[in-house]
Write a protein that binds this ligand. Sequence first.
Ligand SMILES: [Zn+2]
Ligand SMILES: [Zn+2]
Ligand SMILES: [Zn+2]
Length: 312
Amino acid sequence: MPEFRQDPVAGYWVAISRERSDRPIDFARAVHVSKSSAGCPFCPGNEGATPPELLRYLKEDGSGWRLRVIPNKYPALTTEQGGQHEVIVDSFLHASSFGELPVCAGRDLLSAAADRFRELKRDARFRYVQLFKNNGPGSGASLEHPHSQLMALRVVPIQVGIELEGALRYYDRDRACVFCDLIERAARAGRMVWEDEQVAVLAPQAPRFAFETWIMPRRHVSHFAASGAELLDAAGAALHRTLKRMEELLHQPPYNFLLHTAPLHNAASASYHWHIEILPRMSGIGGFEFGTGCYINTVSPEESAARLRVNP
Ligand SMILES: [Zn+2]
Ligand SMILES: [Zn+2]
Ligand SMILES: [Zn+2]
């Protein structure tokens, strides 16, 4: 019998149908064969193929760049339409997935994103910046070279509004941050994947996708860009480690990850807590999900955490 669980922040329902969870073959995918890096617009030497960069991190030895942020050449939203669409080229290395890059790529990615958040906040028209990554065929990615995206928006997206309201309701009732409580609950319920002093990596209570995993600062902080370098480093390393583990365990699944943070100009909040949601996309979103906003997941979060956990 499927078990229905509700996400305590956003309120969506998930049917956990464990019956199928002992069929890992369901998730095996054809191994993605890396394309040649020849002609790749994100590889070093081809900088002329992209618009002039907004930010670059140089290699320690000064022999070139290791990360670049550029305007998206084919923006989903232009400034006239109320947005700004940017691409973060995660690394100078051409790889078929993010997990194949060295761990410093995770640290650089979050550090560069925070730099851009602080810069974009200076434009008072922008209210929210969405950081996300589409990795692999079927995820929405169109180019192989590891890259992430930033979309600055003049509105607070509905999904973020729902979370902000849900977290505020919880705070008004329980005088606590729901996300801080979720970390405690995950530890008690055997859903912790990995943790250190700075961050917790956990399977959420009501995951929409098999092996869905969230990364959260252990200490309460509402705004991503207000995080110190130590936290950004730890979160970047945890992000890389988690994706690398997921890619190995699930055989290079397509996935998305996205950052949720308090809106740019909101005051520091006791109820909201920034986090990263990693969504493996081994099963598609179908008519039921689009029609109802409910999800069906064949792997319980307790099992996914146990399988993602790396033995020390
Ligand atoms: Zn490339
Ligand atoms: Zn919190
Ligand atoms: Zn969220």
